[in-house]
Design a binder for this molecule. Structure first.
Ligand SMILES: Nc1ncnc2c1ncn2[C@@H]1O[C@H](COP(=O)(O)OP(=O)(O)OP(=O)(O)O)[C@@H](O)[C@H]1O
Ligand SMILES: [Mg+2]
Length: 434
């Protein structure tokens, strides 16, 4: 601003000097008139620019700088610089705000900001889905008007936000479970965070079901075993009766052992995230082994055919594949009445290999087919139990085929029979080296 002052002093000095020189040269009147004219010109100049500045401030336009000489040029220039600096600051703050919003939008959690009256100030898209909020329509709505669940209303009014509250049955399909926690901030404002815990809830429910199922499956043979044990201990039995009871106890023990074996197999399959090895499994040997087992299980009551239409071998885990194949075959034997036919077919279509077990048995109603691979699921519980089934076999099959990147397909007609296909992708098959 020093230069402005100097300019002002200089102009005043020039005016005074000019008026004094003319006054000295001509007369005092000429000097005064000159001073008056020059000062009036200066005043008009100032007033004109003052009105221009007022106009400019009333309708500021960023880009243009009015041209002017002298002090006013300087004033306009400095004003323009100031406005530009402010505008850059505003733009930067706006950009930061946008980045902040984008970051919160990218969060997998729901975020809702409430004001001091618990009214919605802002929320992200996930929160809109979690709580059914419409950010525009519901702005300034009380949160408890939108989310009326008693557990949430209690939580927000109780004012103890150390732990989250779990809300179930949320979302449009009522299948959503959320952990919701409040974090107070600023001047009585609140931040609500919501996390989708549906999967954790589902896993918890599955674990509870699983424990209940295992206990139930073990309880029956154990009760029977305890009963027989008491009979053998307390009654004076003939050697034949004793043998009969011991045999029956043996059957229950085998049943429990089978259950535990299946559970261990499943646990091993589920716990192993590594894909099975790419070891060649010769299908000639596998099919003869399966035929031998099937005939043993059937005891000559069924016609068992092995149709080998492909020379491909598999690449995978021999033990896992054997448990999957043998479960399909044992099911076919167990759920096909005496005199029925069971065909085990090994074929190929293009690069894919098909292991198919076809039977002329009871068949499965279409609505139950998608549930067969659930653990402990049995279409006819009593029949399955009679034949010693635990309902884990198809779960094992599903795991094994998934681990070998293959697919399980089931076709069945009640009263006519079923076909179970295990389809192996090209990467899991190999041509026999002859
Ligand atoms: N070939 C089939 N024909 C008719 N029903 C079948 C056939 N295969 C499976 N099922 C039905 O599917 C259910 C599930 O089969 P899964 O192999 O998982 O159990 P399971 O045979 O009962 O017992 P497990 O195999 O554990 O000893 C069976 O209980 C049965 O009701
Ligand atoms: Mg089975």
């Amino acid at each position: 601003m020093l230069s402005l002052k100097i300019r002002l002093i200089t102009i005043t000095f020039i005016v005074t000097l000019t008026a004094w020189v003319l006054g000295e040269a001509f007369s005092a009147v000429v000097g005064w008139i000159t001073a008056l004219i020059l000062l009036s010109a200066m005043l008009i100049h100032q007033l004109w620019h003052a009105s221009k500045l007022t106009h400019l401030l009333l309708s500021p336009s960023y880009g243009e700088v009015p041209g002017a000489l002298g002090i006013w040029g300087e004033i306009y220039y400095r004003l323009h610089k100031l406005v530009r600096a402010w505008r850059d600051q505003v733009i930067e703050v706006e950009q930061q705000h946008q980045r902040f919003i984008q970051a919160i939008q990218a969060s997998p959690n729901g975020v809702v900001m409430l004001n001091e009256d618990d009214q919605i100030e802002w929320c992200n898209e996930i929160a809109e889905k979690h709580f059914g909020i419409n950010a525009k329509r519901d702005s300034k709505q009380r949160m408890t008007h939108i989310l009326r669940k008693p557990s949430f209303v209690q939580y927000i009014t109780r004012q103890n936000y150390r732990d989250p509250v779990r809300l179930t049955g949320m979302g449009n399909l009522e299948e959503l479970s959320l952990d919701v926690q409040i974090f107070p901030y600023g001047d009585k404002q609140k931040l609500i965070l919501s996390q989708d815990v549906s999967q954790i809830e589902k896993t918890d429910a599955m674990r509870r079901d699983f424990v209940a199922n295992v206990s139930h499956e073990l309880k029956t043979p154990l009760t029977v075993l305890a009963g027989f044990l008491e009979t053998v201990q307390e009654l004076d039995l003939s050697p034949e009766d004793r043998t009969k009871y011991l045999d029956l106890m043996g059957v229950q023990t085998v049943r429990m052992k089978n259950l535990v074996d299946d559970l261990l197999t499943l646990a091993k399959l589920e716990g192993n995230s590594e894909p099975p090895v790419y070891q060649t499994v010769p299908m000639d040997g596998m099919l003869s082994r399966l035929k031998f087992d099937a005939e043993g299980l059937s005891g000559g009551k069924h016609q068992i055919l092995i149709e080998k239409e492909s020379n491909l071998d598999l690449l995978g885990d021999d033990q896992e594949l054997y448990s999957a194949f043998s479960n399909l075959i044992s099911n076919a034997v167990r759920y096909t009445p005496e005199g029925g036919k069971i065909i085990v077919r090994w074929s190929q279509v293009g690069g894919e290999a098909f292991f198919c077990v076809e039977d002329t048995g009871l068949g499965i109603p279409a609505e139950y087919i998608p549930r067969l691979t659930e653990r402990f699921y049995r279409v006819d519980r009593s029949r399955s139990r009679e034949t010693g089934g635990t309902g884990l076999g198809m779960a094992i099959v599903k795991h094994v085929i998934n681990r070998h990147q293959g697919e399980l397909k089931i076709e069945s007609t009640v009263g006519r029979g079923s076909s179970f296909y295990l389809i192996f992708p090209a990467q899991r098959v190999v041509s026999k080296v002859s």
